[in-house]
Design a protein around this ligand. Structure first.
Ligand code: ZN
Length: 424
């Protein structure tokens, strides 16, 4: 990758001019390189940054994009579930592939997904070349549309997919409103036995928190602490309705949080996730789009800008959530959440070559100076500015053309699949 402004996201948050040399899937040199490469990407006028890590997604729900807008979560979930019940394995695969194409186009290189039939999502991940952290969702059998036992399905999925370079399996839990103490404990037992991560929704809405307190006497985070579920394996999505005590408990147990500002705002979850306090208390936070039903895009640029604006607006404080902090969430924060900060999340020698090349030559990013690159990435850029995306050294997109899959074919298959789904 020749001649860009390298936004390293290393410990000093250095920005360098020059090249990034990739060898054998890893970054071999940053800045001045004298090595030659077989495949040279011209990055003149571009920022080269670590690819985004979308920490919370339900990628196959691309097929349901636009079907449940302008309604709260409590109405959206049953509406989505009625269509969801009709999905076939093939539908999940094409939906996931469509989502992967959208993410590649907007500079995301890794995503953490929560869904059933994650083996179909895994297929899409491998076909597209992305890095997938795939959590098979578990919940009480009485509340699922899954075939078979969600716990057994998750166990089998993890056992089968472990050890893959691009697909990392884990155990998901839908949330306290859909999983009993026994389900949570069994999910944890599976994760412990396989030594994999856990991924769940947590304290997303006031209704969830109040309902759980009415049923158990405890708020969800306090309850999970009591039943021994909190720990470094866990990524919790949302955590909007949390007290300072609960935040300290997340920090104490090394639970990381996926902040999903667009989804929270669109579903009017109310309140604002206390992200500045989380960071202050030492909670590791990453950024997630959440489902294409509740976002509706999977363009992390949109979520970065929204994260910056939401916290400023809510606190009457223009200094809240500065651009650098927001970019940290979308890159190294996500990596730390997954305990993979030694492998991904920054552009440093020895790390996996997961990179995004973002043009700064558009009308909407002019003028730009090396000093303004972080601001431009958060406030001015959009997914369409991404010129190239690289995962594990493989070029997934160059000159805005996706190389790993036939994009036009994926789009038309997804359109056809959705048409059949809604006509049926
Ligand atoms: Zn979600």
């Amino acid at each position: 990758m020749r001649g860009g402004i390298i936004v390293t996201q290393d410990a000093e948050r250095r920005r360098l001019s020059g090249d990034v040399l990739v060898e054998g899937g890893r970054i071999a040199a940053v800045g001045t390189t004298d090595g030659s490469a077989d495949d040279v990407l011209d990055c003149t006028g571009c920022a080269v940054l670590p690819g985004f890590i979308n920490l919370h997604n339900h990628v196959a729900n691309t097929l349901l994009r636009g079907v449940a807008d302008d309604m709260p979560l409590e109405e959206m979930l049953p509406k989505a579930a009625s269509i969801d019940a009709k999905l076939t394995r093939r539908d999940v695969q094409i939906g996931a592939l469509l989502g992967c194409v959208e993410m590649i186009r907007s500079g995301t290189t890794s995503f953490q997904d929560l869904f059933y039939w994650e083996d179909e999502v895994a297929r899409a991940v491998r076909e597209s070349g992305m890095r997938g952290f795939l959590s098979w969702v578990t919940l009480d059998e009485s509340k699922t549309t899954q075939q078979g036992s969600p716990l057994k399905n998750a166990d089998a999925f993890v056992a089968k997919q472990k050890g893959d370079p691009l697909v990392t399996p884990s155990v998901g839990v839908q949330g306290v409103y859909a999983a009993s103490e026994e389900t949570f404990r069994k999910a944890k037992e599976i994760a412990d036995r396989h030594d994999v991560r856990m991924h769940m929704h947590l304290s997303e809405t006031r209704g969830e928190v109040e309902g759980h307190r009415a049923a158990t006497g405890l708020r969800p985070i306090d309850w999970l602490e009591k039943i021994g579920l909190l720990g470094p394996r866990v990524t919790a999505a949302h955590c909007v309705w949390t007290t300072m005590n609960e935040l300290r408990s997340l920090a104490r147990h090394d639970v990381s949080v996926a902040h999903c500002p667009v989804s929270n705002m669109k579903l009017a979850s109310g309140g604002v996730a206390p992200v500045p306090e989380m960071l202050q208390e030492g909670v590791v936070v990453g950024l997630g789009t959440d489902s294409p039903i509740s976002n509706n895009a999977m363009d992390v640029f949109g979520d970065m800008k929204t994260a910056a604006l939401l916290h400023k607006a809510a606190r009457w404080d223009a200094r809240a959530m500065p651009a650098q902090t927001v970019l940290d969430l979308a890159t190294i924060g996500g990596a730390r959440s997954l305990h993979l900060e030694a492998e991904i999340g920054s552009v440093e020698v020895g790390k996996r070559a997961d990179l995004a090349v973002v043009s700064l030559r558009g009308a909407h990013t002019t003028p730009f100076y090396p000093e303004s690159v972080i601001s431009h990435l958060v406030y001015s850029c959009r997914g369409g500015d991404v010129q190239a995306t690289v995962v594990d050294g493989q070029v997934l997109m160059a000159d805005r053309i996706v190389r790993t899959v036939d994009e036009a074919d994926v789009v038309s298959r997804a359109q056809e699949t959705a048409r059949e789904l809604f006509e049926a």
